[in-house]
Design a protein around this ligand. Sequence first.
Ligand SMILES: Cc1cc2nc3c(=O)[nH]c(=O)nc-3n(C[C@H](O)[C@H](O)[C@H](O)COP(=O)(O)O)c2cc1C
Length: 330
Amino acid sequence: MTKAPVECGNPRDEGAGFRRSLGEFATGVTVITTTVDGVSYGLTSNSFASVSLNPPLVLWSIRRESQSFAAFESCSHFAVNVLAHDQIAVSQHFARSGPDKFADLAVSAGAGGAPLLNDVVASFECRRVQTYEGGDHLILLGEVETFRRYERPPLIFAKGRYAVTAEHPEITALATGGVSRRVNAEGEVLSNLLIRAYSEIAAELEKRRMESGLGLSLMQARLLRAVSTSRDSTLEALLPELFLDFNASANVLGSLVALGLITVDDEKRVSLTAAGETCVQRIVHHARANEAMLLEGITEEELATVTSVLSRIVARRDHRTHVRKSDTGQ
Ligand SMILES: Cc1cc2nc3c(=O)[nH]c(=O)nc-3n(C[C@H](O)[C@H](O)[C@H](O)COP(=O)(O)O)c2cc1C
């Protein structure tokens, strides 16, 4: 049975609820720019949409009260700059009303002089072909003259907040032959949910590690980290940290020895070389820098609870290992 709506009503009476309901439709974020009489204008917009492939048409709408309204109403061209995941500041900058948003900003000129921003995901240089009345907005239709696409993750706007894309767990599970095809977390066995959350974070971190040129596989990075936290251990002792069988771990170890990041002494104790130490520092720095983005949307309170629960589970395992070692007199 469909659940009762959280809110419902006539948009003329319930403006805030109407806006929140519209905000459930996730979009990308664009900055739309133009130059009229030598002056450049730009504003953040998420009303951008594709309309037609042949001819290539796109649309967006501008609020009549925007300071740049007159410029866009009369412009011959505009450029749509689709923002990347790390461009929240750019979005905020162009969401503020006011003149001269381009001071100190490196841009290049697109069709009709419309500014093209750097580091975007895609851009569309458009000739304005038509406008339509749209209540308190004006709808602008543009014919795309030139498009550009870059290999970068996009910025998302949903529920009134910025977000990033993540592959749907169901898709990841199907691709990896993973543990569960169910998406709904309600009623999920906790251990299964933890594995899925872990693979989600690990896959995203690995993607970013590759993009940043760190160039190590997930398993290589994990083994390096394990060696750095359990110094002078043998590979067997490190196995619980690696979630791999011995042979697979030995292969990963061999690849790290070949890269000059790890050495193994006569007693089979594994340690980091100076290059390995530097590499671990870079991995940790990278993970820290990306963690904030991965955990976006999770409140500090929720995070504190998750951290505390996970730490207690790990501490129990450490405690058991310690007790076993004492039992055998190690
Ligand atoms: C994510 C986001 C999407 C927005 N989308 C639009 C839009 O589609 N049309 C619009 O007129 N304003 C939109 N705005 C608001 C404008 O960016 C904002 O009103 C801006 O100050 C207008 O600049 P101006 O007054 O200098 O023209 C959006 C703002 C944000 C943060």
